[in-house]
Structures are given as C-alpha cells and as structure tokens.
Design a binder for this molecule. Sequence first.
Ligand SMILES: [Zn+2]
Length: 111
Amino acid sequence: MKKEYKEMEEKLRREKAEIEEELAKLKTTLDFGDETDHEEEESDESEEIGNYLGIKKSQDARLNQINHALEKIADGSYGVCEKCGKSIEQKILDIDPESLLCKACKQKGRN
Ligand SMILES: [Zn+2]
C-alpha cells in the first residue's frame, strides 16, 4: 500500500464516523418527536421524517461510496479511475477521497 493512501484511509474512516454520527443524531431527534402527541405537531413531524429520509438517502449513498473506496484501498485498486483505468489525480483525492473517477471522467459524468 502506498503511503499517501494511509492518509486517505484515515480521512475516509473519519468521514464515515461523522456521517454515522450525524445519522444517529437525526434519528434521536425524530425519536423524541414521536413522544409528543399534540395534533398540531403532526405535520411538522412528517416533514421532519421526510427531511430525515432525504438526508439519510444521500448520506447512505456517501457511506456506500466511502466503504467502496475503503475496499479499494484494501485490495490495492484505490486511486485508479473506474471508467478509464487511469490514475486519479492526487488533487481530486485530496478534495474528494471517496472519488472513484478521474477528473476527466467526472466532468463527463456531470453532463
Ligand atoms: Zn477516468
């Protein structure tokens, strides 16, 4: 394993822990919400649940990507673009450690 990926791995693990913590916090907020039985709060609650599910969905997607990146670090294929097979620019990995695509493929994917 290359030395710089050790750093990436730590970054990814930290990010993963932060996301998990955020999701746990959100869930706790909602659990408290369930205890209030006032009718006028019902609409707020369903809105909160909607928000939570929205956040959870995007955070779950990020977690999956982070886990995938961690697996790649473990099997030695990290830092290689999944589309074109070229190595991903270090700059990209610094900004976005869970990135699976190089700069060019990323830009293509956005269009
Ligand atoms: Zn590429």
